[in-house]
Write a protein that binds this ligand. Structure first.
Ligand code: SF4
Ligand code: SF4
Length: 156
């Protein structure tokens, strides 16, 4: 069965959460580490090397930004509001990426919900959204300390 892709035009806006979560091998940046190229101030916040940022950064789109696999995240689940980044994409050469890929190889494809701030995945709206997603998709839930798996069809 092919999955219909819904076209939603979104931009990251003031969100830069993935720059503090995902490994960028070209920069030697590890998972869950803030990128040294991320500006601090709110006014000019964002990537200080945007025009020449690595390919890993150029290709990354979280599921809020890009509704892949028929998954449409509500506005409220933008990562800088929810504290969770949903994605199918991981750098293969990182420890975290390898671990997720091993889980996916063993259990089947599915999005990963990465908890950015401790406790974000336990918030009622997050739990509700993940519960809905788990009806139709395998869901991986990743924190700094662990990776969990919710099998498709599970009722939470
Ligand atoms: S986490 Fe998603 S919305 Fe936020 S900056 Fe990254 S790609 Fe954009
Ligand atoms: S290089 Fe720029 S886009 Fe890439 S992680 Fe760092 S701040 Fe983000």
């Amino acid at each position: 069965m092919s999955v219909q892709k819904t076209d939603i035009l979104r931009s990251c806006g003031s969100c830069n959460v993935c720059c503090g979560v995902f490994a960028v091998p070209e920069l030697g940046k590890l998972d869950f580490h803030r990128c040294p190229h991320l500006r601090d101030d709110a006014i000019s916040g964002g990537c200080s090397i945007y025009e020449v940022r690595p390919k890993t950064c150029r290709v990354f789109k979280c599921l809020w930004l890009w509704n892949d696999h028929g998954i449409v995240l509500p506005e409220s689940m933008r990562p800088d509001r929810s504290g969770i980044v949903f994605t199918y994409l991981f750098a293969a050469e990182t420890l975290h990426g390898k671990a997720i890929r091993e889980y996916v190889a063993a259990n089947g494809d599915g999005p990963c919900a990465i908890e950015v701030w401790p406790g974000s995945a336990s918030k009622p709206e997050s739990v509700l959204f993940v519960a809905g997603l788990a009806r139709t998709h395998n869901v991986y839930v990743s924190t700094r300390e662990s990776i969990g798996f919710i099998e498709k069809g599970t009722t939470l």
